[in-house]
Every structure is written in structure tokens, then in C-alpha cells.
Design a binder for this molecule. Sequence first.
Ligand SMILES: Cc1cc2nc3c(=O)[nH]c(=O)nc-3n(C[C@H](O)[C@H](O)[C@H](O)COP(=O)(O)OP(=O)(O)OC[C@H]3O[C@@H](n4cnc5c(N)ncnc54)[C@H](O)[C@@H]3O)c2cc1C
Ligand code: FES
Length: 279
Amino acid sequence: MHKIIATKELAPKIKLFQVHAPNIAAKAKPGQFIILILDEKGERIPLTIAGFDDKKGTLSFAFNEVGKTTKQLGCYKEGDNISSIVGPLGNPSEIRKFGHVLCVGGGVMIAPLCLQIRALREAGNKITAVLGARKEDLLIFEQEVKRISNEFYVATDDGSKGFEGLDFLKTLVRTKKFQRVVVMGPVVTMKAVSEITKQYNIPTIVTLTPIMVDGMGMCGVCRVTVANETRFACIDGPEFEGHQVDFEELVNRQRMFLPEERTSSLLWEHLEGACHEKA
Ligand SMILES: Cc1cc2nc3c(=O)[nH]c(=O)nc-3n(C[C@H](O)[C@H](O)[C@H](O)COP(=O)(O)OP(=O)(O)OC[C@H]3O[C@@H](n4cnc5c(N)ncnc54)[C@H](O)[C@@H]3O)c2cc1C
Ligand code: FES
């Protein structure tokens, strides 16, 4: 059992939880993830580590309420318990001095990106950060990332804040000399940024989030194609070189269980109960 120490609503349907998980906090590194199970009937869902405190034994993660389990998790409150948390899983991010690093974050993945930016900064890198969201009110961690970056930009899909879309990145990447690019966000963002940086041959690290089951390399569900080879995102990743990723296959595999996921979410909302029943 892992007690929830604190909860925070970052934006509509995006929450940040801090939980008691001393064994994981002692070993966690930026770029790694956990798999949690809410209760004895729960499914396993992977979430990226967004913070950890070895001394306090706490771990934090941010999540988007998109389906049955994340909506159910969104109903949990401070003091509630999560049945099981496994981790840290996956390989840590490569943190060392690269020079000037462009960090692009989209949606909920801005939270774990912030952890990585902090580590890259501490390793002596200059950071240009670009945060993106569908619209202004969905933008998270803006002040935190601004504070720890040397240069900072915002982009929204609808132009409600900052640049409209990511087209401005073409100029940014052409005019600045980046030694490395790190992208954490929706597949469409990781693909778009990788296409821009490929022309300039800048190493571009993306975090892949295919559907996972065991998270330990045994089930094969998380397979992705990178450099024309099958890799397992849970043990070979989740970070890969974006120029080599087959993003189309990733999107198709992420949609594999869409009808089942929709049914499960509807059943949760209409039959099994919602937050008020838990309160
Ligand atoms: C390594 C890894 C790290 C992740 N880190 C985070 C994180 O930090 N925060 C966060 O909010 N989410 C993260 N995800 C995605 C998260 O695991 C899914 O959103 C979650 O499993 C959905 O469960 P659900 O039952 O609520 O929704 P489901 O009913 O399973 O799905 C609802 C909707 O979400 C989509 N979806 C489901 N799984 C994924 C996925 N893996 N990637 C993208 N879309 C998906 C479905 O296509 C569907 O449209 C991560 C995934 C992986 C593999
Ligand atoms: S999740 Fe099973 S092999 Fe990666």
C-alpha cells in the first residue's frame, strides 16, 4: 500500500500526486517510470516519474484523466492508498554536459520533463525550453520551467498563449546551435520535432509511451520499431533517438484497444460509480 501524501490539480483533468514509496524514491532517476495498480481489480498503468525525494521517501507523478483507471485515480484524495506501485522501471535519461539543449514538452509530460531539465541544468547545460499545450488553460509547470531555463517559449495549438503551433521551432532550430534535443509529449509533437531536427542532424531524444502490461520485457506488448528493429519500450527505452522511430506504427498500436478502452471508461462513469460515491 502506498499512501497519497499530496494532490494538486495542475489544469483541468491533469493532476499531480505525491505518494509514499521509499524503496522507489531511493533508486529513481529522471526518465524512469512506475506501473501502478489502484486496487485488487485494477489494471496496470505506466506513469513517468516527475519527482522523488529520497529523504522523505516520496515520489510524484502527473497524470491526465483519459480513461477508466486515470479517471478513477483522479478521484483519490490525500490519505487514500494505492494498492501497488512497481518501479523504478525503464532506463534513466542520459544526463551529462552536452552544451545547449533544447527541451520541448507537451501536455502532461511537461511534469517529468521539468525533472529532466533540472538534472540537465545541474550537469552544466544551457537550456532552451519550449512548452506546449492544446490551449492556455492546459499549460502546466510554466513558472517552474521558466525559472530553471535560460530561454523559454510557449506554444499553444489554438494560439491562445505564445506561438500558434510548433512552426516557429523551424527558425529556432535553424538559428541556434543545439547539441541535443529532448522531447516529451504527445506522439504528434515528438514526430514533428524529430522531423525538424533531422535536417540538422541534431540528436533528438523522445520518450515513447506505447501500451504496456508487465513493464519488464516479458509480454512484448510495448514493442516499437526503432532503426528498423523491434525494441521493447519498457526495457530498451522508454527513450529512443527520434529520427529512427516508426511513429506511425506507434500511433496505430496505441489505438489497438480503443473500443474496449471506451467501453471500460463508460462503464466506470455510468455503472461502477464516480468520485462522489467514493467520498
Ligand atoms: C512509459 C510510459 C509512461 C507514461 N507516462 C505518463 C505520464 O507521466 N502521465 C500520463 O498521464 N500518462 C502517461 N502514460 C500514458 C498512461 O499510461 C495512459 O494514459 C494510461 O495507461 C491510460 O489508462 P486509462 O485506463 O486511464 O485509459 P485507457 O482506457 O487505457 O485509454 C484511454 C485513452 O488513452 C489512450 N492511451 C492509453 N494508453 C496510452 C498510452 N500508453 N499512451 C498514449 N495514449 C494512451 C487510449 O488510446 C485511449 O484513447 C505513460 C505511458 C507509458 C507507456
Ligand atoms: S510491457 Fe511487456 S515487454 Fe514491455
